[in-house]
Design a protein around this ligand. Structure first.
Ligand code: C5P
Length: 397
């Protein structure tokens, strides 16, 4: 997957640094060459000797190493790679990157490089959630840096939550997605996924059932073919795929704004299960049972994101794809929905309980286009993602 690619791997100082060694091994197994660079703190967790041993190359550690300057200056070192990967990217290293500091070899390389940068953050939950880190992350994203993770789980510090560095295989996948020159490279594609949550009050909401598995698989497959994917996701059960730009939203109205902000794009795929209504007057105060009686909720219709984008007079993506999850008269309903919403393709699926599709790993798709109706065999949602991504690549070619 990464044959012939050169990776400059910057290993920051955190307990997750031990995973960087496995990461080197995996990069090499994919055919990439790896030049390790350890920060001073990184050296406290893994030794340059183990990094160099696994990489089969010299591991760089200090800024002013005259021999290295004679062999290869730090500017050249920073540009000799196809991709710079920072794993683990500590809060400190991210702050340095966001502010353009260059007070050691790693931060100097990051400032001097003109190649794409992928960071795998790893830090304590509170540090990850701190407004300073959020700001730094936003700055890095604006600067074109791609992130992978962090994941959620138990952490070495004993806390639980987001902050765990992504697993080495996820980082390798994200690196592949960032580098791949597939049939969709140069194409920008917006994908919506997951449910939306529409608040009733601060603790209650209404939502559609959606795991986000199908939308995630589509985004992953598109990125795998080289597309630049903006993944606009509601609160899904599964984490977003590596190698995409993630925009998290809660409500349908937020999802519409996020999609509009992500345009222009070559294609837009609407896999989200958007709530049709929101509760009007959802307040700041929790509704109390003690108030007596049952609550009365008033609803207002949500914007139809798919129909809005499909109907754009100017700047409409060339290909607009919707989903029709139906429980009966699947094809008739989906064809009518395609016409009503004005999208180019409609992927119809039968989500009646007996199919086990809702929340399951498989899907059975009927693709409705101008050209007619095409039944796909029942396959995994990952395979649906791959097949759809290839069709999209053909359509945009
Ligand atoms: O009307 P229905 O919800 O069945 O339409 C499904 C399709 O429309 C899906 O592609 C879904 O993502 C999209 N949709 C939307 N905004 C809405 C409702 C549905 O984008 N408010």
């Amino acid at each position: 997957m990464l044959a012939g690619k050169r990776i400059l791997l910057i290993i920051g100082g955190g307990i997750a640094a031990f995973k960087a060694l496995e990461l080197i091994r995996r990069f090499r197994a994919e055919g990439a060459g790896v030049t390790p660079v350890l920060t001073r703190a990184g050296e406290e967790f893994v030794t340059p000797l183990s990094a160099a041993g696994l990489a089969g190359e010299k591991a760089y550690t200090a800024l002013f190493d005259l021999t290295d300057e004679a062999e290869m200056g730090h500017i050249e070192l920073s540009r000799s790679a196809d991709l710079v990967v920072v794993a683990p990217a500590t809060a400190d290293l991210m702050a340095k990157m966001a502010h353009g500091h260059a007070d050691d070899l790693a931060s100097t390389l990051l400032l001097a490089t003109d190649t794409p940068v992928l960071v795998a953050p790893a830090m304590n939950v509170r540090m990850w959630q701190h407004p300073a880190t959020r700001r730094n992350l936003a700055t890095l994203e604006t600067d074109g840096v791609t992130t992978v993770g962090p994941g959620t789980g138990d952490m070495a510090c004993g806390e639980h939550g987001p902050g765990r560095m992504s697993e080495p295989w996820e980082i390798v996948e994200a690196a592949g997605a960032r580098l791949r020159h597939g049939p969709l490279s140069g194409r920008r594609i917006v994908v919506t996924s997951g449910p939306t949550h529409e608040p009733i009050d601060p603790v209650r909401y209404i939502a559609n059932r959606s795991s986000g598995v199908q939308g995630t698989a589509i985004a992953s497959a598109l990125a795998g073919l080289g597309a630049e994917v903006v993944f606009v996701t509601g609160p899904a059960e599964v984490p977003p795929p590596p190698g995409v730009e993630v925009v998290r939203v809660e409500t349908a109205r937020e999802m519409l704004s996020a999609v509009q902000a992500a345009l222009p794009a070559d294609a837009a795929i609407f896999a989200a299960a958007v709530a049709d209504w929101h509760v009007t007057g959802a307040g700041e105060r929790k509704m109390k049972k003690e108030a007596g009686g049952t609550p009365r909720l008033d609803f207002a219709e949500n914007p139809d994101i798919l129909a809005t984008v499909a109907g754009m007079a100017a700047g409409r993506p060339r290909l607009v794809v919707g989903f029709a999850a139906e429980t009966h008269d699947v094809i008739e309903n989906a064809a009518a929905k395609r016409a009503r919403k004005g999208c180019d393709w409609m992927l119809a699926n039968d989500v009646s309980l007996a199919t086990g599709i809702m929340g399951g790993v498989e899907n059975a798709i009927t693709l409705i286009t101008d050209g007619g109706v095409e039944d796909w065999p029942r396959m995994t949602k990952a395979q649906v993602g791959d097949r759809l991504a290839r069709r999209i690549a053909d359509a945009l070619a």
